[in-house]
Design a protein around this ligand. Structure first.
Ligand SMILES: Nc1ncnc2c1ncn2[C@@H]1O[C@H](COP(=O)(O)OP(=O)(O)OP(=O)(O)O)[C@@H](O)[C@H]1O
Ligand SMILES: [Mg+2]
Length: 352
Protein backbone atom coordinates (compact mmCIF):
# COMPACT_ATOMS: atom_id res chain seq x y z
CA UNK A 1 0.00 0.00 0.00
CA UNK A 2 1.18 3.51 -0.72
CA UNK A 3 -0.39 6.86 0.05
CA UNK A 4 0.52 9.77 -2.22
CA UNK A 5 -0.21 13.43 -1.65
CA UNK A 6 -0.20 15.68 -4.70
CA UNK A 7 0.68 19.16 -3.56
CA UNK A 8 2.39 22.34 -4.56
CA UNK A 9 2.03 25.60 -2.72
CA UNK A 10 1.38 27.29 -6.08
CA UNK A 11 -2.12 27.32 -7.55
CA UNK A 12 -3.08 26.09 -10.98
CA UNK A 13 -0.06 23.84 -11.61
CA UNK A 14 -2.20 20.78 -12.32
CA UNK A 15 -2.64 19.08 -8.93
CA UNK A 16 -6.28 18.23 -9.56
CA UNK A 17 -5.89 17.45 -13.23
CA UNK A 18 -3.01 15.08 -12.52
CA UNK A 19 -4.86 13.50 -9.60
CA UNK A 20 -7.69 12.71 -12.01
CA UNK A 21 -5.46 11.41 -14.79
CA UNK A 22 -2.99 9.53 -12.61
CA UNK A 23 -5.51 7.85 -10.30
CA UNK A 24 -7.65 6.73 -13.26
CA UNK A 25 -4.69 5.39 -15.15
CA UNK A 26 -3.29 3.70 -12.05
CA UNK A 27 -6.64 1.97 -11.50
CA UNK A 28 -6.66 0.87 -15.12
CA UNK A 29 -3.06 -0.45 -15.00
CA UNK A 30 -3.80 -2.29 -11.73
CA UNK A 31 -7.25 -3.89 -11.98
CA UNK A 32 -6.34 -6.21 -9.09
CA UNK A 33 -5.91 -3.28 -6.70
CA UNK A 34 -8.33 -0.79 -5.19
CA UNK A 35 -7.60 2.87 -5.67
CA UNK A 36 -8.81 5.63 -3.38
CA UNK A 37 -8.82 9.35 -4.14
CA UNK A 38 -9.28 11.67 -1.17
CA UNK A 39 -10.18 15.14 -2.36
CA UNK A 40 -9.12 17.55 0.36
CA UNK A 41 -9.69 20.62 -1.77
CA UNK A 42 -12.78 22.77 -1.16
CA UNK A 43 -12.96 23.43 -4.90
CA UNK A 44 -13.47 19.69 -5.49
CA UNK A 45 -12.00 19.87 -9.01
CA UNK A 46 -10.62 16.35 -9.10
CA UNK A 47 -13.94 14.99 -7.74
CA UNK A 48 -15.85 16.85 -10.42
CA UNK A 49 -13.65 15.39 -13.19
CA UNK A 50 -13.78 11.88 -11.76
CA UNK A 51 -17.54 12.00 -11.41
CA UNK A 52 -18.07 12.96 -15.05
CA UNK A 53 -16.91 16.53 -15.58
CA UNK A 54 -18.50 19.89 -15.83
CA UNK A 55 -22.16 18.88 -16.23
CA UNK A 56 -22.57 15.31 -14.96
CA UNK A 57 -19.79 15.49 -12.37
CA UNK A 58 -21.07 18.73 -10.87
CA UNK A 59 -24.60 17.35 -10.73
CA UNK A 60 -23.43 14.19 -8.97
CA UNK A 61 -21.38 16.23 -6.52
CA UNK A 62 -24.48 18.26 -5.62
CA UNK A 63 -26.39 15.02 -5.06
CA UNK A 64 -23.65 13.66 -2.79
CA UNK A 65 -23.57 16.92 -0.85
CA UNK A 66 -27.35 16.77 -0.42
CA UNK A 67 -27.37 13.28 1.08
CA UNK A 68 -27.73 12.57 4.78
CA UNK A 69 -25.09 12.13 5.97
CA UNK A 70 -23.31 14.37 3.49
CA UNK A 71 -21.35 11.90 1.35
CA UNK A 72 -18.14 13.86 1.08
CA UNK A 73 -15.05 14.76 3.03
CA UNK A 74 -17.12 17.37 4.86
CA UNK A 75 -19.41 14.65 6.25
CA UNK A 76 -16.39 12.91 7.75
CA UNK A 77 -14.89 16.15 9.06
CA UNK A 78 -18.21 16.86 10.82
CA UNK A 79 -17.88 13.51 12.61
CA UNK A 80 -14.35 14.39 13.66
CA UNK A 81 -15.27 17.86 14.86
CA UNK A 82 -17.85 16.12 17.08
CA UNK A 83 -15.29 13.51 18.18
CA UNK A 84 -11.84 15.03 17.69
CA UNK A 85 -9.76 12.79 19.92
CA UNK A 86 -11.69 9.53 19.74
CA UNK A 87 -11.76 7.90 16.32
CA UNK A 88 -15.46 7.27 15.47
CA UNK A 89 -14.40 4.90 12.66
CA UNK A 90 -17.08 6.21 10.32
CA UNK A 91 -14.86 6.71 7.27
CA UNK A 92 -16.50 4.11 5.01
CA UNK A 93 -19.85 5.95 5.16
CA UNK A 94 -18.44 8.72 2.99
CA UNK A 95 -17.07 6.63 0.18
CA UNK A 96 -18.32 6.84 -3.42
CA UNK A 97 -17.77 4.20 -6.08
CA UNK A 98 -16.87 6.42 -9.01
CA UNK A 99 -17.81 4.05 -11.85
CA UNK A 100 -21.45 4.12 -10.68
CA UNK A 101 -21.55 7.69 -11.99
CA UNK A 102 -18.85 7.76 -14.67
CA UNK A 103 -18.45 4.76 -16.96
CA UNK A 104 -15.10 6.01 -18.23
CA UNK A 105 -13.56 5.26 -14.84
CA UNK A 106 -12.49 1.72 -13.86
CA UNK A 107 -14.67 0.09 -11.21
CA UNK A 108 -11.76 -0.25 -8.77
CA UNK A 109 -11.59 3.51 -8.15
CA UNK A 110 -13.24 5.03 -5.08
CA UNK A 111 -13.56 8.61 -3.93
CA UNK A 112 -13.98 10.68 -0.83
CA UNK A 113 -15.48 13.64 -2.65
CA UNK A 114 -14.33 17.19 -2.10
CA UNK A 115 -16.68 19.78 -0.65
CA UNK A 116 -16.72 23.56 -0.43
CA UNK A 117 -17.97 23.21 3.13
CA UNK A 118 -14.38 22.43 4.14
CA UNK A 119 -13.72 26.17 4.16
CA UNK A 120 -16.41 26.73 6.81
CA UNK A 121 -15.15 23.82 8.91
CA UNK A 122 -11.47 24.84 8.80
CA UNK A 123 -11.45 27.16 11.87
CA UNK A 124 -13.05 24.42 13.96
CA UNK A 125 -10.51 21.86 12.79
CA UNK A 126 -7.66 24.24 13.60
CA UNK A 127 -9.05 25.04 17.04
CA UNK A 128 -9.41 21.32 17.85
CA UNK A 129 -5.59 21.08 17.63
CA UNK A 130 -5.23 23.38 20.63
CA UNK A 131 -7.40 22.63 23.65
CA UNK A 132 -8.10 19.10 24.88
CA UNK A 133 -5.59 16.40 25.70
CA UNK A 134 -1.83 16.99 25.56
CA UNK A 135 -1.58 15.26 22.24
CA UNK A 136 -4.51 17.15 20.67
CA UNK A 137 -2.30 18.38 17.82
CA UNK A 138 -1.20 14.88 16.97
CA UNK A 139 -4.66 13.34 17.23
CA UNK A 140 -6.22 15.94 14.92
CA UNK A 141 -3.36 15.53 12.45
CA UNK A 142 -4.27 11.83 12.33
CA UNK A 143 -7.83 12.42 11.07
CA UNK A 144 -7.14 11.70 7.40
CA UNK A 145 -4.85 8.82 8.24
CA UNK A 146 -7.73 7.44 10.36
CA UNK A 147 -10.15 7.93 7.46
CA UNK A 148 -7.91 6.04 5.06
CA UNK A 149 -7.38 3.27 7.62
CA UNK A 150 -11.17 2.86 8.03
CA UNK A 151 -11.57 2.39 4.29
CA UNK A 152 -8.54 0.20 3.75
CA UNK A 153 -9.55 -2.04 6.68
CA UNK A 154 -12.94 -2.55 5.04
CA UNK A 155 -11.13 -3.77 1.91
CA UNK A 156 -9.60 -6.67 3.86
CA UNK A 157 -6.37 -7.66 2.22
CA UNK A 158 -6.88 -6.17 -1.24
CA UNK A 159 -3.78 -4.27 -2.30
CA UNK A 160 -4.41 -0.58 -2.83
CA UNK A 161 -3.04 2.87 -3.52
CA UNK A 162 -4.30 6.23 -2.28
CA UNK A 163 -4.01 9.65 -3.93
CA UNK A 164 -4.80 12.84 -2.00
CA UNK A 165 -5.49 16.09 -3.85
CA UNK A 166 -4.83 19.28 -1.89
CA UNK A 167 -5.58 22.93 -2.32
CA UNK A 168 -2.57 25.16 -2.91
CA UNK A 169 -2.50 26.98 0.39
CA UNK A 170 -0.82 25.39 3.36
CA UNK A 171 -4.19 24.94 5.03
CA UNK A 172 -4.97 22.69 7.95
CA UNK A 173 -6.19 20.13 5.40
CA UNK A 174 -2.86 20.15 3.58
CA UNK A 175 -1.20 19.48 6.93
CA UNK A 176 -3.57 16.56 7.55
CA UNK A 177 -2.83 15.21 4.07
CA UNK A 178 0.91 15.36 4.61
CA UNK A 179 0.59 13.51 7.92
CA UNK A 180 -1.53 10.83 6.24
CA UNK A 181 0.78 10.21 3.33
CA UNK A 182 4.03 8.44 2.74
CA UNK A 183 5.00 10.02 -0.54
CA UNK A 184 4.73 13.46 -2.06
CA UNK A 185 4.26 14.26 -5.74
CA UNK A 186 4.91 17.91 -6.61
CA UNK A 187 3.59 19.19 -9.94
CA UNK A 188 5.12 22.41 -11.21
CA UNK A 189 4.81 24.56 -14.28
CA UNK A 190 7.59 25.98 -16.44
CA UNK A 191 7.52 29.51 -15.11
CA UNK A 192 9.63 31.59 -12.80
CA UNK A 193 7.28 31.56 -9.84
CA UNK A 194 7.31 27.74 -9.76
CA UNK A 195 10.86 27.86 -8.47
CA UNK A 196 9.77 29.88 -5.46
CA UNK A 197 6.82 27.53 -4.92
CA UNK A 198 9.12 24.51 -4.93
CA UNK A 199 11.24 26.20 -2.25
CA UNK A 200 8.19 26.99 -0.26
CA UNK A 201 7.01 23.34 -0.32
CA UNK A 202 10.40 22.31 1.03
CA UNK A 203 10.38 24.98 3.74
CA UNK A 204 6.80 24.46 4.89
CA UNK A 205 6.68 20.68 4.83
CA UNK A 206 10.29 19.66 5.45
CA UNK A 207 11.79 22.62 7.31
CA UNK A 208 14.42 23.13 4.59
CA UNK A 209 15.50 26.71 5.27
CA UNK A 210 17.56 28.83 2.96
CA UNK A 211 18.78 31.50 5.32
CA UNK A 212 20.16 31.10 8.80
CA UNK A 213 17.57 31.96 11.40
CA UNK A 214 14.62 31.51 9.02
CA UNK A 215 11.45 30.59 10.90
CA UNK A 216 10.37 26.97 10.56
CA UNK A 217 6.72 26.22 9.96
CA UNK A 218 4.51 25.42 12.89
CA UNK A 219 3.61 22.24 11.02
CA UNK A 220 7.23 21.11 10.73
CA UNK A 221 7.86 21.79 14.40
CA UNK A 222 4.59 20.09 15.33
CA UNK A 223 5.54 16.91 13.46
CA UNK A 224 8.91 16.90 15.18
CA UNK A 225 7.39 17.46 18.62
CA UNK A 226 4.79 14.75 18.08
CA UNK A 227 7.28 12.46 16.30
CA UNK A 228 4.87 12.20 13.41
CA UNK A 229 5.26 10.86 9.97
CA UNK A 230 6.01 13.21 7.10
CA UNK A 231 5.94 12.01 3.50
CA UNK A 232 9.06 11.57 1.45
CA UNK A 233 9.50 13.37 -1.84
CA UNK A 234 8.61 10.91 -4.56
CA UNK A 235 8.46 12.87 -7.76
CA UNK A 236 8.46 16.33 -9.30
CA UNK A 237 6.28 16.64 -12.38
CA UNK A 238 6.95 19.42 -14.87
CA UNK A 239 3.38 19.79 -16.09
CA UNK A 240 1.68 21.33 -19.05
CA UNK A 241 4.84 21.57 -21.07
CA UNK A 242 4.01 23.00 -24.46
CA UNK A 243 5.25 22.05 -27.87
CA UNK A 244 7.87 24.77 -27.67
CA UNK A 245 9.41 23.06 -24.64
CA UNK A 246 9.86 19.84 -26.58
CA UNK A 247 11.04 21.44 -29.79
CA UNK A 248 13.63 24.04 -28.99
CA UNK A 249 12.51 26.93 -26.84
CA UNK A 250 15.50 27.37 -24.65
CA UNK A 251 13.57 29.57 -22.25
CA UNK A 252 11.18 26.82 -21.17
CA UNK A 253 13.96 24.29 -20.84
CA UNK A 254 16.02 26.74 -18.81
CA UNK A 255 13.22 27.25 -16.31
CA UNK A 256 12.57 23.52 -15.90
CA UNK A 257 16.34 22.95 -15.71
CA UNK A 258 16.68 25.62 -13.00
CA UNK A 259 13.96 24.00 -10.93
CA UNK A 260 15.61 20.60 -11.50
CA UNK A 261 18.93 22.01 -10.23
CA UNK A 262 17.22 23.42 -7.19
CA UNK A 263 15.70 20.04 -6.36
CA UNK A 264 18.99 18.28 -7.00
CA UNK A 265 20.69 20.54 -4.45
CA UNK A 266 18.01 19.65 -1.93
CA UNK A 267 18.63 15.96 -2.61
CA UNK A 268 22.35 16.36 -2.00
CA UNK A 269 21.74 18.15 1.29
CA UNK A 270 18.76 16.07 2.51
CA UNK A 271 18.70 12.66 0.80
CA UNK A 272 16.65 11.23 3.66
CA UNK A 273 13.66 13.34 2.63
CA UNK A 274 13.40 11.45 -0.70
CA UNK A 275 11.79 8.12 -1.46
CA UNK A 276 14.03 5.88 -3.56
CA UNK A 277 11.98 3.99 -6.13
CA UNK A 278 11.25 1.48 -7.37
CA UNK A 279 12.03 -0.40 -4.16
CA UNK A 280 15.54 -1.80 -4.18
CA UNK A 281 16.92 0.72 -6.70
CA UNK A 282 20.42 2.03 -6.08
CA UNK A 283 20.80 5.62 -4.87
CA UNK A 284 21.19 8.12 -7.70
CA UNK A 285 24.82 9.09 -7.99
CA UNK A 286 24.63 12.05 -10.34
CA UNK A 287 22.21 14.60 -11.71
CA UNK A 288 21.19 12.38 -14.61
CA UNK A 289 20.27 9.36 -12.51
CA UNK A 290 18.59 11.66 -9.96
CA UNK A 291 16.46 13.20 -12.68
CA UNK A 292 15.57 9.79 -14.11
CA UNK A 293 14.23 8.75 -10.70
CA UNK A 294 12.58 11.92 -9.44
CA UNK A 295 11.62 14.14 -12.34
CA UNK A 296 8.82 13.55 -14.83
CA UNK A 297 7.31 15.61 -17.60
CA UNK A 298 3.73 15.88 -18.80
CA UNK A 299 2.87 17.69 -22.01
CA UNK A 300 0.00 20.03 -22.70
CA UNK A 301 -2.63 18.25 -24.77
CA UNK A 302 -4.53 21.43 -25.61
CA UNK A 303 -8.09 20.65 -26.75
CA UNK A 304 -7.83 17.01 -25.69
CA UNK A 305 -7.15 18.04 -22.07
CA UNK A 306 -10.11 20.38 -22.05
CA UNK A 307 -12.37 17.65 -23.43
CA UNK A 308 -10.93 15.17 -20.93
CA UNK A 309 -11.63 17.34 -17.92
CA UNK A 310 -14.97 18.67 -19.17
CA UNK A 311 -16.40 15.21 -19.91
CA UNK A 312 -14.52 13.30 -17.21
CA UNK A 313 -12.85 10.95 -19.70
CA UNK A 314 -9.25 10.17 -18.70
CA UNK A 315 -6.81 11.12 -21.44
CA UNK A 316 -5.46 7.55 -21.65
CA UNK A 317 -9.00 6.25 -22.33
CA UNK A 318 -9.89 8.87 -24.88
CA UNK A 319 -10.05 8.17 -28.59
CA UNK A 320 -9.57 10.73 -31.32
CA UNK A 321 -12.57 12.06 -33.23
CA UNK A 322 -15.51 14.39 -32.68
CA UNK A 323 -16.77 14.85 -29.11
CA UNK A 324 -19.80 16.76 -27.92
CA UNK A 325 -18.79 19.27 -25.29
CA UNK A 326 -21.46 21.59 -23.91
CA UNK A 327 -23.65 20.89 -26.96
CA UNK A 328 -20.88 21.79 -29.40
CA UNK A 329 -18.81 19.45 -31.56
CA UNK A 330 -15.13 19.47 -30.73
CA UNK A 331 -12.48 17.53 -32.66
CA UNK A 332 -9.77 15.72 -30.73
CA UNK A 333 -6.76 14.78 -32.87
CA UNK A 334 -4.60 11.76 -32.21
CA UNK A 335 -1.57 14.05 -32.22
CA UNK A 336 -2.98 15.92 -29.20
CA UNK A 337 -3.55 12.67 -27.32
CA UNK A 338 -0.01 11.62 -28.17
CA UNK A 339 1.33 14.73 -26.47
CA UNK A 340 0.10 13.61 -23.10
CA UNK A 341 -1.21 10.03 -22.83
CA UNK A 342 2.27 8.41 -23.11
CA UNK A 343 3.57 10.79 -20.40
CA UNK A 344 0.74 9.85 -18.04
CA UNK A 345 1.27 6.12 -18.68
CA UNK A 346 4.98 6.51 -18.07
CA UNK A 347 4.43 8.53 -14.90
CA UNK A 348 1.93 5.98 -13.57
CA UNK A 349 4.21 3.06 -14.30
CA UNK A 350 6.78 4.75 -12.04
CA UNK A 351 4.24 4.80 -9.18
CA UNK A 352 4.42 1.71 -7.01
N1 LIG B 1 -1.02 18.73 -18.69
C1 LIG B 1 -2.04 19.57 -18.90
N2 LIG B 1 -2.44 19.83 -20.16
C2 LIG B 1 -3.47 20.69 -20.40
N3 LIG B 1 -4.15 21.31 -19.43
C3 LIG B 1 -3.80 21.09 -18.16
C4 LIG B 1 -2.73 20.20 -17.82
N4 LIG B 1 -2.61 20.19 -16.49
C5 LIG B 1 -3.55 21.02 -16.01
N5 LIG B 1 -4.27 21.56 -17.01
C6 LIG B 1 -5.35 22.55 -16.87
O1 LIG B 1 -4.81 23.66 -16.15
C7 LIG B 1 -5.78 24.19 -15.26
C8 LIG B 1 -5.26 24.15 -13.85
O2 LIG B 1 -5.10 22.79 -13.48
P1 LIG B 1 -5.60 22.27 -12.06
O3 LIG B 1 -6.94 22.81 -11.69
O4 LIG B 1 -5.44 20.80 -12.05
O5 LIG B 1 -4.49 22.95 -11.14
P2 LIG B 1 -4.40 22.90 -9.53
O6 LIG B 1 -2.97 22.90 -9.19
O7 LIG B 1 -5.23 21.79 -9.01
O8 LIG B 1 -5.10 24.28 -9.18
P3 LIG B 1 -5.52 24.78 -7.69
O9 LIG B 1 -4.25 25.24 -7.07
O10 LIG B 1 -6.50 25.87 -7.95
O11 LIG B 1 -6.10 23.60 -6.97
C9 LIG B 1 -7.05 23.36 -15.46
O12 LIG B 1 -7.87 24.01 -16.37
C10 LIG B 1 -6.53 22.05 -16.05
O13 LIG B 1 -7.49 21.40 -16.85
MG1 LIG C 1 -6.79 21.82 -7.63
Amino acid sequence: MAIYTIWNNKGGVGKSYLTFQVASEYASQHPEKKVLVVDLCPQANSSSMLLGGMINGEETLSQLHGMVPRTSIAGYIDDRIASPYQNPRTGTQYLTSVSRFNHSIPNNLFLIAGDEQLELQAPRVRSATQPGPDDAWRLVHMWIRDLIADIVDSWDDVDHAVFIDCNPSFSIYTELALCASERLIVPFSADGSSKRAVRSVLALAFGVSRQPGQLQSEFFRGTQRAQMNRPKIYMYVGNRLTQSYYSSAAAFKMVVGEIGDEIYDVWRANPNEFSIHPAGSPLPTNKKSFKAMFQKEVGDANTASVVSSTLGIPICQMTSGTKVVLRKNVVVNQSQLDKQAPNIRDLVSAIE
